[in-house]
Design a binder for this molecule. Structure first.
Ligand code: ZN
Length: 318
């Protein structure tokens, strides 16, 4: 199976999106002027500081329960921040977290956010074979639905780990009841699934009716530059980041997808022993600035849940 779009993403390229009522904003809203009248998708990958790929080499999964858990308190900080800003978001959540913090899952749902899947325990999608992956995403979806009491239709692979080698993952997701994935970050990166030339706009992976909503990138110099959050949001000047999102909204007329992690608003998290300089730089730089930057981002653009922002596409049976 190829990961390429089954057909040119005509309806997926944004034309359908732009006419969907869900992301058209009243012109008098300041955020609407910034974003060309579009609403963008705000997403959170709900995992704890010791579960990230950058530390996988020095933190064994079997030891996770020995670390002080901070994901619940940090996610609550984000929930409070989103509440103050009057925005809703999609929370791609590990089953591992949902099992240990079920009340948090219910608060996410009660506050109007979308509950979605980040897999069972952050095992990379491209480190699993098809039956293992299918079992992982199936039981994660069932656990999240039982815990949250709502339907779960969205999935994001750990570390954007769907690529050319494991494009079969899309068929497995569809078979397990998912409607969309947001698992491709089409940039060059040493940890992500390697698909720098994947479509930059929503598409149906070949042979499926599933939607893939790729992370936001900006075209410059013939390359895709990352503009969807994570470490780049903390490392790059805010104005540069804002300019990238504005460009996608105003010039390409497409909604953006932004993501962050609960541990990114936690400068006091315990430091992981034995991590290399690159991992430490990626994980710890500018943690103290994230909350204030998020306040600006939430004010500068209009935000919503994935299933709302892309409601027009998800309602399209083609
Ligand atoms: Zn993750």
């Amino acid at each position: 199976m190829s990961v390429a779009a089954a057909s040119p993403p005509a309806g997926a390229a944004g034309a359908d999106c732009d006419t969907a009522p869900a992301h058209e904003l009243p012109a008098h809203e300041p955020a609407a002027r910034n974003a060309g009248g579009l609403r963008n998708a705000l997403t959170v990958d709900v995992e704890d500081y010791f579960q990230v790929q950058a530390f996988a080499g020095c933190v064994a999964r079997a030891d996770w329960d020995d670390f002080p858990a901070r994901v619940e308190a940090n996610t609550d900080r984000l929930l409070a921040q989103f509440d103050r800003a009057g925005v809703t978001a999609t929370f791609f959540t590990l089953a591992w977290v949902a099992q240990r913090h079920p009340a948090l899952i219910r608060r996410i749902v009660a506050q109007g956010h979308e509950l979605a899947s980040h897999g069972w325990d952050h095992t990379r999608a491209d480190a699993q074979d098809l039956p293992t992956f299918r079992a992982d995403v199936g039981r994660t979806r069932r656990l999240l639905e039982d815990t949250g009491g709502v339907a779960v239709i969205g999935y994001r692979a750990a570390t954007f780990s769907i690529g050319a080698r494991n494009a079969w993952a899309f068929g497995a997701l569809e078979a397990e009841g998912y409607r969309y994935s947001s698992s491709i970050n089409p940039v060059r990166h040493d940890l992500y699934g390697s698909l720098p030339d994947a479509p930059r706009s929503p598409f149906h992976p070949a042979g499926t009716g599933l939607w893939e909503f790729p992370m936001t990138t900006v075209r410059a110099g013939g390359r895709n530059l990352p503009c969807s959050g994570g470490g780049y949001f903390r490392l790059l000047p805010y104005r540069l980041f804002r300019a990238g999102l504005r460009r996608v909204n105003r010039v390409e007329r497409r909604p953006c997808i932004f993501y962050l992690h609960p541990w990114e608003v936690d400068p006091d998290q315990p430091r992981i022993a034995g991590a290399g300089w690159k991992s430490r730089f990626r994980h710890y730089t500018n943690l103290r600035r994230t909350s204030a930057r998020m306040d600006r981002l939430l004010a500068d653009f209009a935000w919503g849940r994935m299933d709302t922002v892309f409601a027009g596409l998800l309602a399209d049976p083609s």
